[in-house]
Design a protein. Structure first.
Length: 211
């Protein structure tokens, strides 16, 4: 099975955990759930509906600040952005709006109006999103296309760091988390798209598009 991220054929069975099969790409080090086990949209929504992502949820805003605080430090005044995969409560967009960075929202389940996807942005955020992608390659291509020159893609997800602990990893046990990224995977993404990349906080990556 070809890698759904880099399209390499250099892939192999990785592990079976919790009755679910996972594969690994030895080219970009991407790890993903075998398609036979992928959740349906209804199953995903059932899980997402359990999240307390209200705009006024202090703890959720504090969690998001791990990305928003360093992001605000590197944006030009008035930069415009998109929160891609914002979920049912677009708290991050509200936080960026409050800081003077107008931010549109899109989510395929909760905010499915596609007009925001027709524009280009100075920054795009994807917090706890990329681990849910069933077919990540076209999504990253779409995000790259929506970034203006010198634009910034800010991603937050938990990196896969310990293969031996994967089966017991709490992050894996969320049935909607279907793919996982090592640091080598993020470096492959940057190289493929011609982005620079840095890591301003734990489990946060900033990809900068060339101007």
């Amino acid at each position: 099975m070809d890698c759904p991220l880099c399209r390499s054929t250099n892939t192999r069975d990785f592990v079976t955990a919790g009755g679910v099969d996972y594969l690994r790409c030895d080219h970009c080090h991407f790890t993903w759930m075998h398609p036979d086990f992928l959740p349906t949209v209804a199953e995903e929504k059932e899980q997402y509906d359990l999240h307390d992502n209200r705009v006024d949820n202090y703890h959720y805003r504090k969690f998001l600040s791990r990305l928003t605080e360093p992001l605000k430090d590197v944006l030009a005044p008035g930069a415009r952005g998109l929160d891609f995969g914002c979920g049912q409560g677009p708290a991050l967009a509200a936080m960026m709006d409050e800081a003077g960075f107008p931010t549109a929202v899109y989510d395929p389940i909760y905010f499915a109006e596609t007009t925001p996807l027709e524009h280009r942005y100075d920054f795009i955020t994807a917090t706890e999103v990329v681990e849910h992608l069933h077919d990540p390659r076209p999504v990253f291509e779409q995000l790259n296309g929506m970034l203006a020159g010198d634009g910034l893609l800010a991603v937050m997800t938990r990196w896969l760091t310990e293969d031996d602990a994967f089966a017991d990893w709490r992050y894996r046990r969320d049935s909607t988390h279907v793919c996982f990224y090592r640091l080598e995977t993020l470096e492959w993404l940057a190289g493929h798209f011609g982005w620079s990349v840095d890591f301003p906080a734990r489990n946060v990556a900033f990809f900068r598009k060339a101007s």
